[in-house]
Write a protein that binds this ligand. Structure first.
Ligand code: AQP
Length: 335
């Protein structure tokens, strides 16, 4: 690694990567490889904050890794690894559990969203998830974290933890983290409900485009995507209070590297039928090469595992000394 700014980001193997993960995170991760030292992590410790079938978790972990490689993550120049294989994450997270305040965690909206009405039934891991996320980043002294808009609150909490640690132990040890929230579509919404985020763990497969969907599946999901009875407006202002239309136009614009105004200049005034056809064609053209490459990589699971193994060694070489120093600062006796 060099003295370029260090980037850290992670993705949960809690399902197959979705179009939301791609536009909100992965595409950006690939672009950031120019000009930064990047550490990208498949975060299985985070995934088990909600129960995962063990065999599925293993399968999804390999598949997520292959998808990241197929999208263009370059493990030759950067680091791609599995969170549970670098123990430093869990070790630092414990220290952060003791630094973070309950009041801070109580404000986290993702916990409220994910726990839903059954807060008492949620795992303690889900509650302290942001502390582990802070540890993921700060174990590498990473300063820039590309995430979707929904993760901004967790990054603010990570900075609160870093500051309190520095203050409590009278040091200037952990750096300030900057959220990199970019891309024309900060939040991709469900195809079944334009007010809900597209999620890999949504029970309905029809709610999302998976990066491994084939052409027919993509076309069918887009054809069935919820819309309203009006024609498409000719200007972005006309998308107000039309969450499903706004979402589809936003996806089109992001996939075509343009903006909503340009999409509506071309498709405004018409019904959703022809627009959905054009959107499906665009998604098929951009996503099916990724699915093909993912399949090619998965045909050699040992090759995918080797990428993770080598990545874990390089990640541990950075994180272990930083976490050992944090432990020394806390006052753990090493004999
Ligand atoms: N719908 C989305 N729009 C934009 N960005 C998104 N991200 C996720 N969904 C969208 C971004 O993807 C990155 C990795 O996410 P994650 O795997 O850590 O967990 P998540 O945000 O909880 O994603 P999911 O798909 O909704 O997973 P589940 O269903 O397991 O909870 C993050 O940068 C996230 O912002």
């Amino acid at each position: 690694m060099t003295d370029k700014q260090r980037i850290f980001s992670g993705i949960q193997p809690s399902g197959l990567a979705t179009l939301g993960n791609y536009l909100g995170a992965i595409r950006n991760w690939v672009a950031l490889q120019d000009g930064h030292d990047c550490i990208y992590c498949v975060v299985d410790l985070h995934a088990i904050t909600e129960w995962q079938d063990p065999a599925e978790l293993q399968r999804q972990t390999r598949e997520m890794t292959a998808t990241l490689l197929a999208c263009g993550i370059d493990p030759g120049k950067h680091i791609l690894f599995l969170q549970s294989s670098v123990r430093a994450h869990a070790q630092l997270a414990w220290i952060f559990n003791c630094v973070a305040r309950l009041g801070w965690l109580n404000r986290m909206t993702q916990f409220k969203d994910k726990a839903g009405k059954d807060r008492e039934g949620a795992s303690a891991g889900l509650y302290v998830y942001p502390n582990l996320m802070a540890a993921d980043i700060l174990a590498y002294h990473a300063t820039r974290v590309p995430v979707g808009e929904d993760q901004r609150q967790h990054l603010e909490l990570a900075n609160d933890i870093a500051q309190k640690f520095n203050h409590d132990y009278g040091v200037d040890f952990f750096p300030t983290i900057e959220a990199l929230i970019t891309g024309p579509v900060p939040r991709v919404m469900s195809l079944r409900d334009g007010t809900k985020k597209m999620s890999k763990s949504d029970p309905s497969d029809q709610s999302r485009i998976n990066l491994n969907d084939d052409a027919d599946t993509i076309a069918l999901k887009i054809r069935r995507a919820k819309t309203d009875p009006e024609a498409l407006p000719s200007e972005p202002m006309g998308l107000a209070n039309r969450p499903e239309a706004r979402n589809l136009v936003g996806i089109y614009a992001a996939m075509d590297a343009t903006d909503a105004a340009a999409v509506l200049r071309q498709h405004g005034g018409k019904g959703f039928g022809p627009f959905k056809e054009a959107l499906a064609a665009l998604l098929v053209a951009k996503l099916t090469p990724i699915a093909r490459e993912t399949d090619r990589l998965l045909a050699d699971p040992a090759g995918v595992d080797a990428v993770l193994r080598e990545g874990a060694e390089r990640a541990a070489a950075i994180a272990n000394p930083i976490v050992a120093e944090a432990e020394r600062l806390v006052g753990f006796l090493r004999v």
